[in-house]
Design a protein around this ligand. Structure first.
Ligand SMILES: [Mg+2]
Length: 232
């Protein structure tokens, strides 16, 4: 049996692209800059990298803003006033996109095939604007991108998916949502009434305590045959 839909929507990071942790690079760049100024920080970049990883995890998982993340990060590195670097950090992250963002293999075959089948296409991503939009453009994804910073709600909250469906002009049941995160993407999409396709990146098994995805793929190449009935 073929699944047939009117639209397909995607998570961005680790589903359509990888950004090679460009925000981590921007944070380490920030430490080098602060250390070169009036108040040296006296720590190694390896140590700063450990702190960066921890603070970026909190930033993503706990829904805190960039200013708070920067204040905590710089404080833990021995400095102060990190929040004042927010405009610089946002710009530095944008500047890193062309060198660090890579499309997932098969993306450039798959997207045109889905568009040719007249599926409506969009993305829903937890993350800042305009960074997530810039990352999408870098891989040639020129469809609507909803970011949590712009819409004010994060996955797995069903209202994020409801906004996505409204943006696409489709009922949730007619949209397949594709993502790599079992909790944020799959549980969230299912809760909102979407069909949910898990992109299995190969690093972890699907958690037994979460509702199972409607289907699982290991390459974006598998999508057209899942979503499009060749008889149509
Ligand atoms: Mg993801």
């Amino acid at each position: 049996m073929k699944l047939r839909f009117d639209g397909v929507a995607f998570d961005l990071d680790h589903t359509l692209l990888v950004d090679n942790r460009l925000e981590r690079v921007a944070l380490l760049d920030l430490i080098v800059r602060i250390d070169a100024g009036a108040s040296p920080l006296h720590l190694s970049l390896d140590r700063a990298g450990i702190v960066a990883d921890e603070e970026l995890s909190r930033y993503r998982d706990e829904d805190i803003d960039i200013e708070t993340m920067l204040r905590r990060f710089v404080e833990r590195c021995g400095g102060g006033g990190g929040e004042a670097w927010a405009p610089w950090f946002r710009q530095r992250s944008l500047d890193l996109v062309p060198r660090m963002v890579l499309p997932m293999p098969a993306l450039r075959r798959t997207l045109p095939a889905l568009a040719r089948a007249n599926l409506r296409i969009a993305a829903l991503s937890n993350g800042p604007s305009p960074l997530q939009e810039r990352k999408a453009a870098q891989i040639g994804f020129f469809y609507p991108v909803l970011t949590s910073e712009r819409i004010g709600v994060r996955k797995p909250d069903p209202s994020a998916f409801e906004l996505l469906a409204a943006t696409m002009g489709l009922k949730p049941q007619r949209i397949a949502y594709v993502g790599d995160d079992p909790f944020l993407d799959i549980a969230g999409a299912l809760e909102a009434g979407f069909v949910a396709i898990w992109f299995d990146g190969g690093s972890k098994p699907y958690p037994a305590d979460l509702p199972p995805p409607t289907a699982t793929i290991r390459s974006l190449d598998e999508l057209p045959s899942l979503l499009v009935d060749p008889a149509v």
